[in-house]
Write a protein that binds this ligand. Structure first.
Ligand SMILES: Cc1ncc(COP(=O)(O)O)c(C=O)c1O
Length: 450
């Protein structure tokens, strides 16, 4: 019995894994990881796996990055944590200054939470509360896009639209207004991404026109609906939406939890549309993939609506025990250093172009409906019928077959349904991208053979 197996048995007797039907592990092994280094994860039996999904999209500069490790160690010897109510510390102040600096104006205030979902809760509550404080308590609804994903806590789930995660809990969720997504996979043949995104904006315009008096905010994942299958759209949609939100007096929440920090090719997706949201939610790569932390940036206008004498009860009384944790802040500061020192956004262009070239031939595969890419995210959609793009029945779990093939061939390619994708750490090399491409190709070949 290998060491992997021993750890797996111990794991299976006490753990309950996220996003998992645990019975699957009767035939699919859990992989215990002993250590990480760069893009590689090493198990206890001496196998390694190239982390093509950045461990749920969090890692940007590799596992056990020496620079980030060092910064956290320094912080650890100084201050591990302190209550952020009434107290503060150097790392959280410096981090907030730098975040305000690198995000578009007029985002000037940082409110911290522990993870992506709780950051969404913060943005939703803050938006509603702003309108309440401004004498508009009727503005309490949210507009969201079909196929969107914003996390798994109840309000985050309510503004999401991926049935697999949401349907079961529907009786517990607030009612939202769902508008068809600009997802360009659904465009008419011959239409450009921009044309389709503009066309689909008509739905949003009508929803705003009809409901704006009751709507606090529109929430979207800019440019890529990640958990919804890496579905992508054109930046023009963000620009049109900003203008419409201004016209109708509705807040705009950008959930850049997955796409922030360079994933779409720019540091933040909103830069590609030359606009700024009222709330910018960041997490995942914020700490380089080291520690759970999120931040909701907002404007001075919103901040001022809460700023008053205590007795008015206008304060935003939301907190988490670990808000602004110094260790997480030091990981985030180190991550920002690495972005600056290595001109990462620029050098990622070469890597992104290489990903595109390495997978260009997938478009001709008889069971690939589309290969799409935005910046450092590349997705391959497997289909049953190429001509009609008819999807595989979800019960066939074709993506899992690619995943299992990947594990046997040094690649962690955890799919989203029938979508295989690369969203790797930025320290990946062209050779490693080629390795992923060849494993994905062979995995797709085998997964679609019958
Ligand atoms: C766009 C988006 N928003 C929110 C979340 C939730 O983040 P967390 O898993 O940290 O709660 C995710 C997670 O994948 C996400 O992709």
């Amino acid at each position: 019995m290998g060491l992997n197996n021993q750890w797996m048995q111990r794991d299976l007797s006490v753990l309950w894994h996220p996003c998992t039907q645990m019975k699957d592990h009767e035939h699919m092994p859990i992989i215990p990881i002993k250590r990480g280094e760069g893009v590689w994860l090493h198990d206890f039996n001496g196998n390694r796996y190239l982390d093509a999904v950045s461990s749920w999209w969090v890692n940007v500069f590799g596992h056990a990055n020496p620079y980030i490790n060092e910064r956290i160690k320094q912080q650890l010897d100084t201050l591990e944590h302190v209550i952020l109510g009434g107290f503060s510390h150097q790392a959280v102040i410096e981090l907030s200054e730098r975040l305000v600096d690198i995000t578009p104006a007029p985002l000037t205030r940082c409110f911290y939470a522990d993870n992506g979902s709780s950051c969404i809760e913060v943005a939703l509550k803050m938006s509603f509360h702003y309108w309440l404080n401004s004498g508009k308590p009727e503005k309490k609804r949210f507009i969201t896009l079909s196929n969107s994903y914003h996390g798994e806590t109840l309000a985050a789930l309510a503004v999401g639209d991926v049935a697999l995660y949401k349907e079961t809990y529907e009786p517990l969720l607030m009612d939202v207004i769902t508008v068809p997504s600009p997802d360009c996979y659904e465009r008419e043949p011959g239409a450009s991404w921009e044309e389709h995104s503009r066309l689909m904006f008509g739905h949003m315009e009508r929803a705003l026109e009809q409901h704006h008096e009751q709507v606090a905010a529109v929430i979207i994942e800019p440019l890529i609906q990640c958990a919804g299958g890496m579905r992508m759209y054109h930046p023009i949609y963000l620009k049109l939406l900003r203008e419409a939100c201004d016209r109708y007096g509705v807040h705009l929440i950008h959930d850049e939890i997955a796409v922030g920090f360079g994933r779409t090719g720019s540091m933040f997706a909103c830069e590609q549309a030359g606009m700024s949201p009222d709330f910018l939610c960041l997490s995942k790569a914020l700490t380089g993939g080291y520690l759970p932390m999120s931040v909701c940036l907002t404007t001075d206008d919103i901040y001022q609506a809460f700023y008053d004498d205590y007795e008015t009860l206008r304060a935003f009384l939301h907190s988490h025990s670990y808000t602004g944790n110094p260790l997480a802040c030091s990981a985030a500061l180190a991550t920002l250093d690495l972005f600056e020192q290595n001109n990462v956004i620029e050098s990622n262009k070469t890597l992104a172009a290489h990903m595109g070239r390495a997978t260009a031939h997938f478009a001709d595969h008889p069971h690939v409906g589309e290969v799409r890419q935005t910046g450092m995210v590349l997705a391959i959609e497997m289909v049953r019928d190429k001509a009609t793009r008819a999807a595989y029945p979800w019960q066939e779990r074709r993506g899992i077959r690619v995943y299992e093939y990947g594990l046997r061939n040094e690649a962690l390619l955890r799919p989203l349904g029938s979508v295989v994708y690369f969203m790797p750490p930025y320290v990946i090399t062209p050779d490693q991208i080629d390795h992923l491409a060849s494993v994905a190709w062979e995995g797709i070949e085998r997964a679609t053979r019958d």
